[in-house]
Structure formats: structure tokens, C-alpha cells
Design a protein around this ligand. Structure first.
Ligand code: PRP
Ligand code: URA
Length: 209
């Protein structure tokens, strides 16, 4: 398992436990996904470069720091990645947002693309791909491949729960991509669901089951 950061902050771990609970209903589930994404975003952005500037305060001049370097973009994988967008935008209100629509074919578990819209300056940005679940890894890997084909050179993947299989697939196919997650689960069931996981993230976010 390479390039994986598991966020063990107590607030994140507590909220992940609530998220896994089958009794957590749509409204709370959505709020938790948003809150966890914001907390994780804090760590994902830890290494953003800074530059020194001079700022006039009401009583003097401060030598202080502001973010510099590449601008950020976030790319949720539809649908479930949408639940992570507003938490990230609370931290990064200037980030541009691209969307990649993929669903997993229930028989083959292969990702099927149905939508894509990216910011026109995406190649100049550092991109964080958002998807709560990294199961077989097929969807995230396809989204990353698509972004690379468009010329994006700096990509991180942020998910809530990752499986060992999913991590291996990203490590094998995209060794340059850092994976940030809040939990690693060992197994997938015969339908490609993470065990114990949290069930179907899209359905729980949008109340479609
Ligand atoms: C889920 C999830 C990921 C994908 C993970 O989406 O949000 O995108 O499955 O599985 P994988 O790692 O095996 O590809 P799903 O296809 O259920 O679509 P949805 O978000 O529209 O519900
Ligand atoms: N997609 C989900 O929403 N949950 C899983 O456990 C696997 C794929």
C-alpha cells in the first residue's frame, strides 16, 4: 500500500463511524459527508506553497504569507462525489469545479462514462478528485486517466472509505497519485461493495433507495 494517507484525526474517525451506521438517515448522512470533506480538505491542502507578502494593517506593515503556486481545482465523480464539494469549497472558495459522470455497470463493475465538463484552465491547476468510495478502483482510475489525457499533471484522490483492492489499482495504474482517505477496509463483496463500508454512498446521499 503506497501513497496512502489515512486521516486518523478523532473528529474524522468519529464522523466516519456515524456515517457507517445504517440508521443514519439522508439529511445527517449528507451533512456528515460535507463536514468530513472539509476536515480532510484541511490536510489535503497542507503542503500548498506560500509566499511572503507585505500587508498594511491599520497600525503598521506585516510581513506575512499567502498561498502561491498552482491554483486548485476539484473534480467530483458523479453522483456521490457531489456530496464532498461544498465542504471543500468552504475551505477553497476560489477553486474551480469540474464534473466527471461515471456509473459502475452492475454486472461487469466497469465504469461507464456519461458526462464530463471541466474548467478550461484545468491543466494549470492542481486537481483533487473527490469520490466517497474507492471500491474496485475502476471509477477513480478511469477519472484520473481521463484527466491525464486532458493534460492534467498534478492529481490527488480524496475518498472517505478505500478498499485494499482499490488502493492497489490506483497504486498500479497511477503511481504518481496520492490517495487521502479516512478508513481502509479489507474486503469487497460479490457486488463490488466495500465491507463493512457504508453501503451505497450515492443512494444514501440522495435518498434514492
Ligand atoms: C460508486 C462510488 C464510486 C464507485 C466506486 O458510484 O461513488 O464512484 O461506485 O466503485 P469502484 O471503485 O468499484 O469503481 P456508483 O457507480 O454507484 O454511482 P453513483 O455515485 O451515481 O451512485
Ligand atoms: N459504491 C458504493 O457506493 N459503495 C461501495 O461500497 C462500493 C461502490
Amino acid at each position: 500500500m503506497n501513497n496512502v494517507f489515512v486521516m486518523d484525526h478523532p473528529l474524522i474517525q468519529h464522523k466516519i463511524s456515524l456515517l457507517r451506521d445504517k440508521n443514519t438517515q439522508t439529511k445527517e448522512f449528507r451533512e456528515l459527508v460535507s463536514e468530513i470533506s472539509m476536515l480532510m480538505g484541511f490536510e489535503v491542502t497542507r503542503n500548498m506553497p506560500l509566499k511572503e507578502v507585505e500587508i498594511e494593517t491599520p497600525v503598521g506593515v506585516a510581513r506575512t504569507k499567502v498561498i502561491s503556486g498552482k491554483k486548485l481545482g476539484i473534480v467530483p465523480i458523479l453522483r456521490a462525489g457531489l456530496g464532498m464539494v461544498d465542504g471543500m469549497l468552504k475551505l477553497l472558495p476560489m477553486a474551480k469545479v469540474g464534473h466527471i459522470g461515471l456509473y459502475r455497470d452492475p454486472e461487469t463493475l466497469q465504469p461507464v462514462e456519461y458526462y464530463c465538463k471541466l474548467p478550461c484552465d484545468i491543466v494549470e491547476r492542481e486537481i483533487v478528485v473527490l469520490d466517497p468510495m474507492l471500491a474496485t478502483g475502476g471509477s477513480a482510475s478511469a477519472a484520473i486517466k481521463y484527466l491525464k489525457e486532458k493534460g492534467v499533471t498534478s492529481i490527488k484522490l480524496m475518498c472517505l472509505i478505500a478498499s485494499l483492492d482499490g488502493i492497489k489499482k490506483i497504486n498500479d495504474e497511477h503511481p504518481d497519485v496520492l490517495i487521502y482517505c479516512a478508513a481502509v477496509d479489507d474486503k469487497l463483496n460479490e457486488h463490488g461493495y466495500i465491507l463493512p463500508g457504508l453501503g451505497d454512498a450515492g443512494d444514501r446521499l440522495f435518498g434514492t433507495k
